[in-house]
Design a binder for this molecule. Structure first.
Ligand SMILES: [Zn+2]
Length: 306
């Protein structure tokens, strides 16, 4: 379990979100067996996506953060619900790189250059899609650029994942501070000044600092109130039905060939690695079920049109 603190400066100039995501990152390591650099990259994306999820308004809303870079790690995707529960994967979990020139895990190199796609499903017909270029691939900077360019929200973002020599995550966490319209200049200057304190945020969590103590550093000299704290975790929402439906997107010819060769089709969920197996009769059942549901939807639509 991880905890997110949500707060607001008393003058209404800025909001703050803080998470200690160590447990989420360790669950990702367990599922995806990531290399140290892949752990840092995926861990940072999971951490920030969880925070971004808590800015959604309604139950059923979700947000997908997709780094589509050309680095050795391949694409990284994380999805969060509106309460900050998050799941994700990295295309090449075993990809690794030497430490960068500053002696740090080379997340920017592993991610590479490309685009950052943020998709918000907020229950409307079309989801909101924001696309920006990946600036450094270090994740936090890219997210700040996304907010500035795509949502016009000045944002301070700090993310960190500390990987122990045994490959586990010893500490991980993140902070997002966002300015609200008509922010007071003094508050903005103080936030900018404090931001350097957050440059080694995973070390602060490793030293045992709480979310509250991190918020105190980020907002030193500024009065603020804690709005609430919420408990979040790495959580997958896959089901046999959902995985089966994805299989139906293969052509009948492809399905027939696979079943002819293997008798049983095994599919692993890309987020939690749970295995689902389907034989020919299962596929037939899925197909009929989908047909029935499509017909029902059609007749509902028709009666709605009348
Ligand atoms: Zn799953």
């Amino acid at each position: 379990m991880s905890e997110i603190l949500r707060g607001l400066t008393r003058d209404g100039s800025a909001s703050i979100l803080v998470i200690n995501s160590t447990d989420i990152v360790n669950e990702a390591i367990r599922i995806h067996k990531t290399s140290p650099t892949a752990t840092a990259a995926l861990g940072r994306v999971l951490t920030v996506t969880s925070l971004m999820g808590t800015t959604l308004k309604d139950k059923g809303n979700s947000i997908s953060v997709n780094f589509r870079g050309d680095g050795a790690g391949g694409h990284i995707l994380a999805v969060s619900d509106y309460m900050g529960n998050v799941r994700g994967y990295i295309q090449n979990p075993s990809a690794d790189l030497p430490l960068n020139s500053r002696g740090k895990l080379d997340v920017g190199g592993l991610v590479g250059r490309g685009t950052l796609n943020v998709i918000k499903d907020i229950g409307e017909k079309e989801p909101y899609v924001g696309i920006t270029n990946i600036t450094s691939g270090e994740i936090a900077e890219d997210i700040a650029v996304y907010y500035a360019e795509s949502e016009q929200i000045p944002t301070v973002c700090a993310l960190g994942v500390l990987v122990a020599p045994d490959g586990s995550c010893s500490a991980a966490g993140g902070v997002i501070i966002q300015l609200l319209p008509f922010a007071a200049e003094d508050t903005v200057l103080a936030i900018e000044k404090n931001a350097s304190e957050l440059s080694e945020i995973s070390r602060l969590f490793a030293q045992g600092l709480s979310d509250r103590q991190i918020a105190d550093k980020a907002l030193a000299g500024i009065d603020y109130d804690v709005f609430d704290t919420i408990t979040v975790s790495y959580r997958c929402t896959c089901s046999r039905k959902r995985v089966g439906r994805a299989l139906l997107s293969l052509s009948p010819y492809e399905l027939f060939n696979i079943l002819a060769a293997e008798k049983v089709m095994k599919v692993n969920c890309q987020f939690c690695d749970r295995e689902y197996s389907f034989d020919g009769a299962d596929i037939e059942k899925l197909r009929e079920e989908k047909k029935r549901e499509d017909e029902e939807k059609d007749s509902e639509k028709k009666s709605g049109d009348n």
